[in-house]
Design a protein around this ligand. Structure first.
Ligand SMILES: [Zn+2]
Length: 162
């Protein structure tokens, strides 16, 4: 399902279990996360509805590397993939990247204008990401939540809508 967030920002969310995918149209077409393989067909049909071919996506930013956020990376053969480790190499002046580990080892959130793409760190209605995975760190999560409290945003675009 396609939900237009702003003039150049779309949220794609799916019936099957998998993360939301966000499409942002700047100079290049950018995706934030690519969801799970169960959502692959829905993702492809949503892109088709938006008249976007997978090979037109040039940049993928991963909020973290849990399977339900990354399993369709390989659909986007012309995209460069950036996660926390490589994010320093990505020059998009409109984006601010915020390290927010705790749910996993390497969570990042992305601030674009008044929109926060929060991955699995924070969700709507005050819910926060799980910290019971082996790679989680509840103490770091608390620090990340404190950090996010200081970020000013109006629209939350989380990794899952539930
Ligand atoms: Zn996750």
């Amino acid at each position: 399902m396609i939900n237009k967030i702003k003039e150049n920002v779309w949220q794609l969310h799916f019936k099957e279990f998998g993360s939301c995918v966000y499409l942002i149209k700047l100079k290049e077409l950018i995706l934030i996360d690519t969801s799970s393989k169960e959502c692959r067909n829905e993702l492809l049909s949503d892109l088709k509805e938006l008249k976007i071919k997978p090979e037109e996506i040039k940049i993928i930013i991963l909020t973290h590397d849990h399977y339900d956020h990354i399993e369709n990376n390989n659909l986007f053969t012309q995209a460069k993939i950036y996660s926390k480790r490589k994010i320093g190499q990505l020059n998009i002046p409109e984006f601010k990247f915020i390290n927010a580990p705790g749910h996993s080892k390497e969570d990042i959130c992305i601030l674009y204008r008044n929109i926060l793409f929060s991955g699995d760190v924070i969700f709507h209605n005050g819910y926060i990401g799980r910290t019971d995975f082996p790679e989680s760190n509840p103490k770091k999560m608390q620090e990340s939540l404190e950090k996010l409290k200081k970020i000013k945003f109006e629209i939350l675009c989380p990794g899952h809508l539930f």
